[in-house]
Design a protein around this ligand. Structure first.
Ligand code: URA
Length: 181
């Protein structure tokens, strides 16, 4: 696949690996994060560092497994220097890879993880602290922003908020998905 040799943006110069995505390619639920961190860059897999472990455990609380029930990708496929937020123009150089992934997967539900993904995928005016846990609908999917697990690692007060979002997600899956549940 061309994505693995992409040099559209400067992040490609310092990458160990392109982090394309992982999970079940038939999943009805897609998670979209911001971009690879250090561990993701080294292991070529999204959400495998500390944030990823926390994400896995919270998915477990609602009975979801990464490999079985969801597909995970990121806005940018290569690690930004020092994990900084990718700039809008850097996101734009990468976003077509994700758009293609979304077109192939056709998820019924999209969960954006963190502020950057929510603003890019759902609405540039989203306020993640206020709007997390709300479902937005377009022609293609239901979309819910949630708070990034990295924010929980910085301040545990966010954890019950994300657990609440995930309980809402679970109910929505039961309502609209055919065979994830
Ligand atoms: N944070 C993200 O947003 N994406 C990853 O893949 C890992 C951490």
């Amino acid at each position: 696949l061309d994505c693995f040799v992409c040099t559209n943006c400067p992040f490609s110069e310092n990458r160990s690996n392109v982090v394309f995505g992982s999970g079940n390619p038939k999943a009805e639920v897609m998670f979209i994060g911001e971009g690879p961190g250090e561990q993701e860059d080294l292991q070529a897999k999204p959400f495998v560092g500390r944030s990823g472990k926390l994400l896995d455990s919270m998915l477990g609380e609602i009975g979801l497994s990464r490999e079985k029930n969801i597909y995970i990708g990121n806005i940018v496929k290569c690690r930004p220097p020092k994990n900084r937020d990718p700039l809008p123009e850097e996101q734009d150089l990468c976003i077509d890879w994700l758009r293609n992934q979304m077109a192939i997967l056709k998820p019924k539900i999209i969960v954006t993880v963190g502020r950057i993904a929510a603003m890019k995928i759902i609405d540039p005016n989203i306020k993640i602290t206020k709007d997390h846990g709300t479902f937005y609908e377009n022609k293609k999917a239901l979309m819910m922003p949630t708070i990034h697990p990295a924010a929980i690692l910085r301040n545990s007060k966010h954890k019950p908020l994300v657990e609440d979002d995930f309980r809402k997600l679970k109910l929505k899956i039961e309502e609209v998905c055919a065979h994830t549940y």
